[in-house]
Design a protein around this ligand. Structure first.
Ligand code: CMP
Length: 151
C-alpha cells in the first residue's frame, strides 16, 4: 500500500475508539508456517501487537478458555487440538479491536468463512480454523487473564 493511502487509512481508523482484545494462533498456523501472514493481515487493519508469546496451552488452560463449550460434542476434540502443539498468544490493540479482529478472521466454519478472511483463506476444518479471537470485551479480559495474569 502506498504511503499516502496508508496515511489516509490511519486517519480514518484513529477516529474509532481504541480497545484491546485477546487472540491466539492455533497449532496448525505454526505447523503450516502461516503465522507471519496472519499477523500481517491483522496489522494491516490498524491493530497493534501489545503482547506476543509462544506458548504450549495446558489442558487446564484449555478447559478454562473454552468453559462455555463444556458438554458440547466438539469440546474434547477442541481441547486436544489446541494442546497439540505450540500456539502464539496475542493481545491486540486498535480501533474497535474486538469487532475488527473477528471481521478479519471470518466465520468459524471454513465452508462459510468469507473469501479474503483469514479463516476463509487458510482454515481446513471447524476445529483447525487457524485462529481464535474473543467475541466481546468482557471475554477478552477473562481469556487474556488466563495467559497474561499481569494484565
Ligand atoms: P474458536 O474461535 O476457537 O472458539 C470455539 C471453537 O470451537 C471454534 O473456534 C471452533 O474451532 C470449535 N468448534 C468445533 N466445532 C464447533 C461447532 N460445531 N460450532 C462452533 N465451534 C466449533
Amino acid at each position: 500500500m502506498d504511503r499516502v493511502l496508508w496515511k489516509e487509512r490511519e486517519g480514518a481508523l484513529s477516529s474509532a475508539p481504541s480497545q484491546w482484545t485477546f487472540s491466539f494462533l492455533k497449532p496448525e498456523s505454526l505447523r503450516q508456517r502461516i503465522a507471519g501472514e496472519v499477523i500481517t493481515r491483522l496489522e494491516r487493519k490498524g491493530l497493534t501487537l501489545k503482547q506476543l508469546r509462544l506458548h504450549r496451552i495446558t489442558p487446564a488452560e484449555a478447559h478454562a478458555l473454552y468453559e462455555v463449550h463444556k458438554g458440547k460434542p466438539f469440546f474434547h476434540e477442541l481441547v486436544d487440538h489446541v494442546t497439540s502443539g505450540p500456539v502464539l498468544l496475542l493481545v491486540l490493540e486498535g480501533p474497535n479491536a474486538v469487532e475488527t479482529v473477528r471481521k478479519v478472521i471470518g466465520g468459524t466454519n471454513p465452508l462459510l468463512a468469507e473469501p479474503g478472511s483469514i479463516r476463509g483463506d487458510f482454515s481446513v476444518s471447524i476445529t483447525a480454523n487457524v485462529i481464535h479471537a474473543s467475541d466481546s470485551a468482557e471475554n477478552a479480559r477473562r481469556e487474556a487473564a488466563i495467559f497474561f495474569p499481569e494484565l
